[in-house]
Design a protein around this ligand. Sequence first.
Ligand code: MLT
Length: 410
Amino acid sequence: MAQINENYFKLQAGYLFPEIGRRVREFQKEHPQADIVRMGIGDVTQPLTPAVIRAFHEGVEEMSKAGTFKGYGPEQGYDFLREAIAKNDYKERGADIHADEIFVSDGSKCDTGNILEIFGQNNIIAIQDPAYPVYVDTSVMAGRTGEKLGNGYYDGLVYLPCNAENGFIPELPENKVDIIFLCYPNNPTGTTATKQELKKWVDYAKRNKAVILYDSAYEAYISDPEIPHSIYEIEGAREVAIEFRSFSKTAGFTGTRCAYTVIPKSLVASAPDGSEKPLYPLWFRRHTTKFNGVSYPVQKAAAAIYSPEGKEESKSTISYYMNNARILRENLTQMGFQVFGGTNAPYVWFNSGRGISSWDLFDKLLNEAHVVGTPGSGFGPAGEGYFRFSSFATHENVLEAMARLKNLKW
Ligand code: MLT
């Protein structure tokens, strides 16, 4: 009989967001009249902007004529998009990244999960706690952990606690680790890291020949000019880091799907014979073998984000969401919650301060206010007691949710 991947049995709960969806659907079934405000999953609500839609339509038009029709494109993405990314997202920030080091894909969720394929099985993986659940769950699925322990942690992973005391910037690991997942602006805590803080991690990775997997999917939400948008703004990062970026939150592509991963050609890791080999050809091999590229109209639409109109329009959508984040921050603070994030990131992270568990608060808000958020413990044990609101809801819904929360009895 065929045998299944036993690692899946180690995953004791469903993936966080479908689990929230299931609970909300159940509630809605029992309360069909309830007008639920959803601020759980970070899914955008504002439409693609005019410049993006125009380019999208042009791409579709081109596909309709024999002279401009396109079949398979380059698996790593069309040059026009990779060049726009290299110029706008890296060169203009002083980061030395070249177009051919960029792999266009259909999402950072997939890329952050799949990237482990190019690393040996015995690497020690360090993950921030709390963290975007994909990093832990895909490590488990790939057999890179032991069992889940009673305290909620997986044996074999090194957890890097992020809490109010350390400003949600973890301490360097006490023992040597090989692969480090870092995410800034951070999901779920909405906090950011300075250049000095990231430099500490780049230096650690250099000293220990480790690789940093840097998720900067929310970089477009940074308004403070002192905060780096990319790990490659840090000296030496080309030798130690892979970066993940996405158009999902930058330009409303959660349903359109387009992202990219950067692997500098100067990044090396150890081969079985002890020699140092570049990781770039491995991801190139993986990407060209398992992926056939993002569709042409979608890449055209993504490239339009870098046009002058596209940039202005994305900025205005981001301001819309950041205004929501401000309202969330101000109202939750007034209500006496301890609030973090939401100034250079779209997530607002708060502690109920009332000794209530994350899932109990989830149930209370759903049942009594018909408001959905994300329980902090869903992002890891250190998230217990915390709760996350996404500012990607509509402005009206954010105001409505805050009004309802103010009327809650505790
Ligand atoms: C989140 O809500 O944490 C993310 O938006 C989910 C995702 O991007 O996959």
